[in-house]
Write a protein that binds this ligand. Structure first.
Ligand code: TRP
Length: 336
């Protein structure tokens, strides 16, 4: 099949992946593998920009991320799975792109600001405060642009929060091409259709909030996590009528249990179905949903050398593409 274009996407290896990643990104990547030439990057330099005081877990996180991806169905026969720091061209292109990136583009970037605020690096959304963050972190979107442009990717599947970053990538590509001649396509964000899956406490699913369900969680863990979920506050007793439209358990059922949805809706509303049973049912659905992934995960986890080898091979293949692009780039900027 003729491919529609080229994709780059990546994730920072900061810890285990959860079902939010699976539904929000990975399942989408798995489908796109057949339609596009894909490079998926474990972006470890990006992980450094957002936390460098303790990097001792980084090597393990890189491997675990590869395992999660493979378990979800990313196929190294179809796609390139690479590690950013294994392909030094990312750093060289980042440097060159940084020369043509006006600082205000970065200081004003809403995604970077929000993240910096969440991490406690800044207190307000004031531009002057953004000027106090680390130089490398300010360049986060420039490094991300290098990731994408190095493979001349035209399509970048990401969540809506990443759109400002991709907009910067487009602007950098345009500016580079304008100054030095046409080298790069202007990449487009391809938004994932699935809405963001909330954590079991209704807040954003995040490791630090302990509200995640991980891809390798067993049924007991899933049961205890779903117990934390918030249901209709007006449904106090088992047989009180409930309102599925305000219930986070019901929202999860729409995703993990579409077949039983009409029954659950009717029985919740009539009071026939209690929240405890409804949550238990949900836990079992989530369990069987992730079971194949968890099984593949276990197999890869037992073969760490094989995983490391796949990362190595993927990075070697990526480097060949990257070197070709860098020839064009160096020629365009007269660094030959
Ligand atoms: N910033 C992305 C995130 O936090 C990760 C990332 C790094 C990325 N480089 C990329 C995503 C290139 C897409 C393309 O999710």
């Amino acid at each position: 099949m003729a491919k529609r274009g080229k994709i780059f996407s990546g994730m920072r290896p900061t810890g285990k992946l959860h079902i939010g990643h699976l539904l929000g990104a990975l399942e989408n990547w798995v489908v796109l593998q057949d339609e596009y030439d894909c490079v998926f990057g474990i972006v470890d330099w990006h992980a450094m920009t957002t936390g460098y005081t303790d990097l001792s877990e980084l090597p393990e996180n890189v491997r675990e991320m590869a395992i999660d991806w493979l378990a979800a169905g990313i196929d190294p026969e179809k796609s390139i799975v690479m590690r950013q720091s294994f392909v030094k061209e990312h750093a060289e292109l980042h440097l060159i792109l940084s020369m043509v990136t006006p600082t205000p583009w970065l200081i004003r970037n809403p995604t970077l600001k929000e993240q910096a605020r969440d991490m406690g690096l800044i207190k307000s959304e004031d531009d002057t405060e953004m000027a106090t963050i680390d130089y490398g972190y300010l360049g986060y979107p420039v490094l991300q642009s290098a990731d994408i442009l190095l493979y001349k990717a035209d399509t970048v599947p990401v969540g809506a929060d990443q759109v400002p970053h991709i907009e910067i990538s487009r602007e950098i590509a345009r500016r580079f091409n304008h100054i030095f001649g046409a080298v790069f396509p202007e990449p487009q964000a391809k938004l994932t259709q699935t809405p963001r899956l909330a954590g079991v406490d209704g807040r954003k699913m995040s490791k630090s909030l302990q509200n995640c369900i991980y891809l390798d969680d067993d049924l007991d863990t899933i049961v205890s996590q779903t117990r934390k979920m918030v249901t209709d506050p007006q449904k106090l007793r088992k047989n009180d009528p409930g309102r599925p439209e305000v219930c986070s358990v019901f929202e999860y059922h729409t995703i993990f249990n579409p077949h039983e949805l009409p029954t659950i809706e009717t029985e919740c509303k009539s009071g026939a179905l209690g929240c405890v049973a409804c949550k238990k049912n949900l836990a079992e659905r989530i369990d069987s949903y992730i079971a194949p992934c968890r099984e593949r995960r276990r197999e890869y986890a037992q073969n760490p050398e094989k995983v490391d080898q796949l990362i190595q091979q993927g990075s070697d293949t990526a480097r060949e593409i990257a070197q070709t692009t860098m020839k064009d780039v160096r020629k365009a900027v007269h660094l030959v």
